[in-house]
Ligand binder design. Structure first.
Ligand SMILES: [Zn+2]
Ligand SMILES: [Zn+2]
Length: 263
C-alpha cells in the first residue's frame, strides 16, 4: 500500500490511498481540477481512481466531490446523513454513482483495500474517520474530531501509518483574532484536535508501531508546523525514548506532498 496527501487544512482535504488493485480518495475538498492536477503531479492517472469515500459534509472535504465523481464516474461511499447534507444540484446528485451507504464499524471492500468507517465527535451530521488495510498493512486517516474517544484509539492500534489531526495550538487559538463563537467551536468537544490532544494520544495511547506519523489539518492561523511537530516528538520521546522519531513524524503541507509514502 502507498498513500499521499493531496491537500490538508481548512482550504481543502484529500488523501489518496493506492494498493495493488485499488485506489481510493478519502475526501475531495479541492476543486476537481485541482485534485486531478495533484494526482497527476504525484504520477497517478486520475482515470485509475476506483472510489471516493467521504468523511463528512464540510466544504473542505466535499468541495470537488460533485464534479470529480461525475467526471471519473467512480462510486462514492458516504453516510446517509452526510449525503443528505450535500447542497449539490438535483441532477448532479442523480448523476453520481452512490455506493451502498456507509455504516460505522462496517468495513467496505474496494478491490484489495478494506476501509473501516469509525464514528467520531465532530460538528457534522454523521462524521467518520477511516482505517485502510491491504496486504497486511494498515493506515488510519484521523482528522476533524474534537477529541479521541476510546473506541477510536482502539482502531488506531497496529497501524503502520497514522495521519493525525493537529489543528491548533490552544494558546494561539485563544490569543488569535477569531470570533469567540468560532474559538469555542474549534476548541470544543465537537471541534478539532489541538496539538495537546494529539500529543496526549501519542503519549498515552499510541502503540509505537507506525513508521509514518503525519500531522494534518493544521490551521494556518492558529498553529505552526514546528509547534505541532515538536509536541509530537516530545510525547514520543518521553514514551518510547530509544526510537528515532524525527524520521517518523512529518507535517502535511496545505498543498500536499509531492511524493508517496510507502508501507
Ligand atoms: Zn475539515
Ligand atoms: Zn469538519
Amino acid at each position: 500500500m502507498r498513500f499521499t496527501i493531496l491537500a490538508s487544512g481548512s482550504a481543502g482535504n484529500a488523501t489518496l490511498i493506492a494498493s495493488d488493485r485499488a485506489a481510493v480518495l478519502v475526501d475531495a475538498g479541492l476543486s476537481a481540477r485541482a485534485l486531478a492536477q495533484r494526482m497527476t503531479d504525484v504520477g497517478f492517472d486520475p482515470a485509475r481512481l476506483t472510489a471516493i469515500v467521504i468523511t463528512h459534509e464540510h466544504a473542505d472535504h466535499v468541495g470537488g466531490l460533485s464534479v470529480l465523481a461525475r467526471r471519473l464516474a467512480v462510486p462514492v461511499f458516504i453516510a446517509p446523513a452526510t449525503r443528505q447534507q450535500l447542497r449539490f444540484k438535483e441532477k448532479d446528485m442523480a448523476a453520481i454513482r452512490w455506493a451502498d451507504p456507509l455504516t460505522a464499524e462496517a468495513p467496505i471492500t474496494i478491490g484489495d483495500l478494506t476501509l473501516t468507517p469509525i464514528a467520531v465527535p465532530h460538528d457534522a451530521a454523521e462524521p467518520f474517520v477511516f482505517t485502510a488495510q491491504a496486504g497486511g498493512v494498515k493506515l488510519a486517516v484521523v482528522t476533524d474530531l474534537g477529541y479521541i474517544p476510546a473506541h477510536v484509539a482502539h482502531h488506531l492500534t497496529g497501524c503502520q501509518a497514522l495521519v493525525l489531526e493537529a489543528n491548533h495550538d490552544r494558546d494561539m487559538l485563544q490569543a488569535g483574532n477569531y470570533p469567540w463563537e468560532l474559538k469555542q467551536r474549534i476548541a470544543g468537544r465537537l471541534g478539532h484536535l489541538s496539538n495537546d490532544a494529539m500529543a496526549r494520544f501519542l503519549r498515552e495511547d499510541f502503540d509505537g508501531q507506525a513508521a509514518h506519523i503525519i500531522l494534518a489539518h493544521l490551521s494556518q492561523q492558529n498553529n505552526h508546523p514546528e509547534l505541532a511537530r515538536l509536541a509530537a516528538l516530545q510525547s514520543l520521546g518521553d514514551r518510547y525514548p530509544r526510537h528515532a522519531w524525527t524520521e517518523v513524524v512529518s507535517v502535511a503541507p496545505p498543498h500536499g506532498f509531492a511524493k508517496w509514502h510507502r508501507l
